[in-house]
Design a protein around this ligand. Sequence first.
Ligand SMILES: C[S@@+](CC[C@H](N)C(=O)[O-])C[C@H]1O[C@@H](n2cnc3c(N)ncnc32)[C@H](O)[C@@H]1O
Length: 329
Amino acid sequence: MDVVGYAPLYEVMQDTPLAPWADVLPGQIQQAFGNRPHGDLPKWREVVKALVPPFPAGECILDAPCVGVPPVGAGDGQRAHIEQALRRLHPWRKGPYCLQGVHIDTEWRSDWKWNRLQAHIEPLTGRRVLDVGCGNGYHCWRMAGEGARLVIGVDPGQLYVMQYWAVRQFMPGPPVYVVPLTGEQVPGLAAFDTVFSMGVLYHRRRPLEHLRVLHTHLRPGGELVLETLVIEGGQGDLLKPAGRYARMRNVWSIPSPPTLVAWIEAAGFCDVQLRDVTVTTPREQRRTDWMRFHSLPEFLDPDDPTRTVEGYPAPIRAICTAKKSLSVS
Ligand SMILES: C[S@@+](CC[C@H](N)C(=O)[O-])C[C@H]1O[C@@H](n2cnc3c(N)ncnc32)[C@H](O)[C@@H]1O
């Protein structure tokens, strides 16, 4: 059997409002992996295959900062084999993960973002959740840890999807799936109770269009959780970086919090609430042994860490929640 097997997902989508998507999803995945495969995809598949553990799946830890499984079952030799395989999926950006005693110290302390939003969102128990731009799915596991009945993450990054599959080898049970698609490829079926979009909005050339697409994924009364870069400022203020921002390509627009709230309202959401605004520090985003490229410390002006190397305001991130009105279908 292929190590990347979505059949259980198609099955759980049947008899739900997601059934029409289940009809086209196999073709979409085939197209993503089959027609436009990343050059390293065969290597990544081998890594995932090599990780099929020779011990039964045990307890999953989904409600703690380090997501994973405890170090039971694997001896020292197996642990070394696991670590060697996981390292071949470098760079690991989102995490951390603890898998059979192997601690993947990722570039981001993604658990900090989770801590900032957790108290502000509708409880996820029993909810059907979509995470647009989920990376390798770290937050998807945390959503399952909060009791979500189904979590589907979408991300076009094939390495991130294969990192998800590597983690999945250790945790085959939870209802968490990451598929190699963009948010725009998900049909708007108004089928999700909660939709997350975190770290994606500034990568979209047309941010309002992204928000409108998210609106189509939510059922009436459902909740949007949106996280993005912001600048300090008032209504209407917006930074449109010329060229790179903190060395990132494709950062198109960074609104002030009031501008962001206005955008979310303009996309049709109600009850928009700004929940958190936090400066990103080099403790949250940094180079590690599992992500050996440059990271935030190298993206900030060494003489003035309140500016990026390009002279823009240093990264600040905001979290908003919003609702889809009950009277909208
Ligand atoms: C900064 S990361 C954020 C990952 C994660 N959501 C988090 O908050 O830590 C942005 C992710 O969005 C993905 N992405 C970019 N454009 C996208 C799109 N149109 N639809 C879905 N994901 C997208 C990228 O591949 C990347 O993994």
